[in-house]
Design a protein around this ligand. Structure first.
Ligand code: CU
Length: 424
């Protein structure tokens, strides 16, 4: 389904929005901030939607069903098209294989064109999937059994071939490889096999593709994971070549890890591939971005902006994707919230007085640095995000519009109560 132009136009900005925006404008001129530039940057910032997020739950979370869920990749594209119409915040899809195999490439590409959507990085997920049972025991690319490693390499190559047909330009690799008992796996060997396998995949990629290597400390294995942290991921990326970089999934860290520092360190080496946005309370919870730690996300964006401005790594070389798992709520509602939360964190980070902050850093001035950061963080930037969206053709309040237009009801009517992608 599509929302008509008339329906979109029926949601106009309120007087309250206009007054709030005027106040922010006043504040911008007082602090020498460029109002129009911030609006433009918000509009340019686009976040990819993973094909796996449009239904309830990924492979590890099978929970209640919302109804009207997309049954195939085409319907997933249609859902992203709806998100884009409302929010103007997402212009691409990141496809997971084998979960979202395209059936008819021409049809999928035509539909993406029609919806103005691009194909972001491909994901060659190697979790304990119904098609990949052998991986569950001792891993995929680092499995001691050569035949299984070859099967895993072939799977990645197939994903690259699918991505080439779709027009994607990158591959994200996350491996569930590891072990559950001390002594069960030889650390150096599994790492060596993983590197060898990754090299084959890297060399198979077209020359204009990037390889993004994700890391994660534990789960599904509880004792050891082959690529547990950013250090191991960086080491492998450096050994593979300049087109391999490290992907940061916010949930893939042990509690209390200083993720903003990891981001800065990766940018220092021009090794940051991109993000999987989510939030976590305990581990890889895949909660909605900013639902638990909004300040952390703000601090991460402060580092991203700083790294770009200092010339460490260009903003445009970094890719952005949501990687949350929607178990019991309407995934489209959660995705609208996610897009909004990420954009708010980015916008707040743009308000930081970097010159003053740098002076504090030069003098090791802690409390004043805190004040500068809080001044930006505590600013209600929602009118700015709203203004950027409305000027781009979206609606002022996407969640309200989604509910008023009864989009989920219409999708249930169109696709049925028990509709979902059969792979889950
Ligand atoms: Cu991820």
């Amino acid at each position: 389904m599509r929302i008509s132009e008339d329906q979109l136009a029926s949601f106009s900005s309120t007087d309250f929005h206009i007054r709030s925006l005027d106040l922010l404008r006043e504040r911008f001129s007082k602090h020498n901030l460029n109002f129009e530039q911030v609006i433009r940057k918000i509009q340019e910032f686009q976040i990819a939607i993973p094909s796996a997020a449009l239904g309830n739950g990924k492979a590890k979370n099978k929970k209640s069903r919302t109804g009207g869920e997309p049954r195939n990749l085409n319907e997933k594209l249609e859902d992203i098209g709806l998100l884009q119409q409302l929010t103007c915040k997402t212009n691409s899809v990141s496809v997971y294989i084998p979960w979202d195999m395209p059936e008819d490439y021409k049809e999928v590409k035509d539909l993406a064109n029609e919806l103005n959507l691009e194909f972001d990085t491909m994901n060659s997920t190697s979790s304990q999937d119904q098609n990949q049972k052998e991986y569950a025991k001792l891993g995929s690319l680092g499995n001691p059994n050569k035949a299984i490693r070859e099967e895993a390499i072939a799977h990645n190559e197939e994903v690259i071939n699918i991505g080439k047909k779709l027009g994607s330009r990158g591959l994200t690799v996350w491996m569930a490889d590891g072990s559950n008992f001390p002594g069960q796996a030889k650390f150096r060997s599994t790492l060596g096999w993983t590197e060898e396998s990754l090299r084959e995949i890297y060399e198979f990629m077209p020359s204009d593709w990037d390889l993004m290597l994700e890391y994660k400390p534990y789960e599904p294995n509880c004792y050891h994971t082959v690529v547990p942290d950013w250090g191991t991921s960086s080491m492998l990326a450096k050994r593979l070549g300049a087109r391999a970089k490290v992907l940061v999934d916010l949930g893939n860290h042990l509690p209390k890890t200083n993720i903003e520092q990891i981001v800065a360190t990766l940018m220092y080496q021009n090794l940051l591939a991109g993000f999987h946005f989510n939030d976590s309370k305990y581990g890889d919870d895949d909660l909605n971005p900013s639902s638990v730690k909004p300040y952390q996300l703000f601090l991460i964006f402060c580092e991203l902006i700083g790294g770009d401005q200092d010339g460490a790594q260009a903003w445009d070389s970094i890719s952005w994707m949501i990687d949350a798992s929607y178990n019991t709520q309407d995934p489209l509602v959660d995705l609208i919230q996610a897009l909004e939360a990420i954009t708010i964190a980015y916008t707040k980070a743009m308000l930081v007085d970097r010159k003053k902050l740098q002076e504090c850093q030069q003098n090791g001035e802690g409390s004043q640095a805190q004040e500068i950061l809080q001044m930006a963080y505590l600013t209600d930037v929602r009118p700015l995000v709203c203004e950027a969206r409305v000027r781009a053709g979206g609606v002022a309040e996407p969640l309200e519009a989604y509910r008023i237009l009864m989009i989920r009801n219409k999708l249930v009517h169109e696709r049925g109560v028990k509709s979902y992608n059969s792979i889950f």
